[in-house]
Design a protein around this ligand. Structure first.
Ligand code: HEC
Length: 422
């Protein structure tokens, strides 16, 4: 019951989180567009203006550096969006990843972390990244190279750390959340108070202080990684080629590079009056081609290097500590004539390695309901054959090989499932 309620809480929180993300990111992209497309109007009090079309209307937006108090009457602050985004993000992260760290964050073949270790290591990054980023941000503007080197080292250092501690998907989620916290803390702790001060100055009839150059410059750069944050946080919904390809560091570094590249292309396009310039077209096409080749290379089958059984720590749920199923060679299964018998054997493996989670009442700790509503019984198994073949072969399931599925079991189940996929 508690588990079901927590699932519901996670679903509602996710909904709010996504709405807040739309609002905040949409606002950010829109303002960037305004900034780059604005035409200077030096003879008027508003310095810049942009024309737009939306909802069957023409719109004009102008930037006013020194507004009057009356003009700001009824001003709507947009900072609540980021507060909602961070608040719901923290709750969601805890409800999903800290509730089932073994299923989502840990891969015993990478690091044999306990659930508690995983949570501690994750919290360390969520607090450590913004703190370290504060030091990096304070590097004076004239030391641009030093700032760039420090930023890259700071970013890739964390990626390397989590790529070696968590499952690939766990590392992607962790880095995404850390980057999100870094961006948000800069807005909440630095930009928001500055803007408040400027607002209060206007109300008192004073000239608002110009926004601190150092803060503004750094925030502009932070915006380069917002696309990476969105991509990484959505990786739960992506296929195994993205979230379980065996190259966590390379994958996350590529996502970061693409995010920075995409921002550069957007900017160039806006500056060019909304048309992508020719060099950016060629570079984008080359990037897509290279990405395609890289993904194809990753998708090629690789020979397993060592037996998966060599894990230092393996979670053994009570239901699979029962007498082991006899290991079957894939050929003996393929040769088996009686269809019923083949199903029986695949079923025995699935019951042992999958049904701790995929059962009406899962026995895996923290798993309240069967993930994605998928329950495996001898009856339902043939229905899922196609899906099973995909997730077992790609090693997406069991997550982080939580139930220590053996390579020969994987082969046997894949073979059975492939034959029965419709
Ligand atoms: C530790 C718990 C756990 C075990 C063990 C487990 N699964 Fe899953 N399974 C999950 C979770 C969690 C999801 C939802 C993943 C998501 O939301 O992306 C899932 C999703 C799936 C899906 C839906 C498709 C997808 O890609 O999300 C299939 C199919 C599946 N599992 C099959 C299996 C099979 C087959 C096994 C055994 C070889 C297995 N699972 C073992 C937790 C488990």
């Amino acid at each position: 019951m508690t588990g079901t309620l927590l699932d519901l809480a996670a679903d509602l929180t996710r909904w709010l989180h996504v709405l807040a993300a739309f609002a905040w990111l949409g606002g950010g992209l829109w303002v960037r567009r305004l900034t780059l497309r604005a035409k200077p109007l030096l003879d008027q009090r508003s310095e810049l203006e942009v024309w737009d079309t939306h909802s069957l209307s023409f719109w004009r937006t102008s930037k006013v550096t020194a507004p009057t108090a009356e003009e700001l009457d009824g001003l709507v602050w947009s900072f609540n969006q980021i507060r909602w985004l961070v608040g719901t993000g923290v709750v969601l992260f805890a409800l999903i990843y800290y509730r089932q760290p073994l299923a989502y964050l840990v891969d015993p073949s990478i690091a044999p972390l306990s659930a508690r270790d995983a949570i501690e290591v994750s919290v360390l990054g969520l607090i450590g990244a913004p703190v370290l980023n504060e030091f990096v941000n304070r590097i004076p503007l004239r030391y641009k190279t030093l700032y760039m080197v420090a930023t890259v080292a700071h970013l890739l250092g964390w990626v390397w750390l989590y790529a070696n501690l968590f499952s690939q998907h766990g590392a992607m989620i962790q880095i995404g959340a850390m980057l999100g916290v870094v961006i948000a803390s800069n807005v909440i702790w630095w930009l928001y108070p500055r803007m408040r001060k400027a607002y209060e100055a206007v109300l008192k009839g004073e000239q608002p202080d110009p926004i601190d150059r150092l803060l503004w410059d750094r925030r502009g750069l932070h915006a380069h990684i917002t696309l990476a944050v969105v991509f990484l946080m959505l990786s739960s919904h992506m296929g195994s080629l993205v979230r379980a390809n065996g190259y966590p560091f390379l994958t996350i570094a590529t996502v970061l590079a693409l995010s920075i590249g995409a921002r550069w292309v957007f900017d160039a396009t806006h500056r060019n009056g909304g048309v992508m310039p020719i060099p950016q077209r060629w570079i984008s096409a080359a990037a897509v081609l290279m990405l395609g080749l890289g993904m194809t290379w990753m998708a090629l089958p690789r020979t397993p290097t060592e037996p998966v059984a060599a894990h230092a720590v393996t979670y053994v749920p009570p239901s699979i500590a029962a007498p082991p199923v006899k290991h079957l060679s894939p050929t003996s299964i393929a040769n088996s004539v009686a269809g019923g018998e083949v199903l029986l054997r695949a079923d025995a493996i699935v019951q042992r390695r999958c049904a701790v989670c995929h059962a009406a009442q899962p026995s895996f700790p923290g798993m309240a309901s069967p993930p994605r509503g998928i329950v495996f019984t001898p009856k339902t198994l043939p229905l899922y054959a196609g899906l099973i073949a995909a997730v077992v072969q790609s090693e997406r399931m069991p997550p982080g090989n939580a139930t220590d599925m053996q390579p020969d079991e994987r082969k046997a189940v894949t073979q059975w499932a492939t034959e029965h996929a419709r």
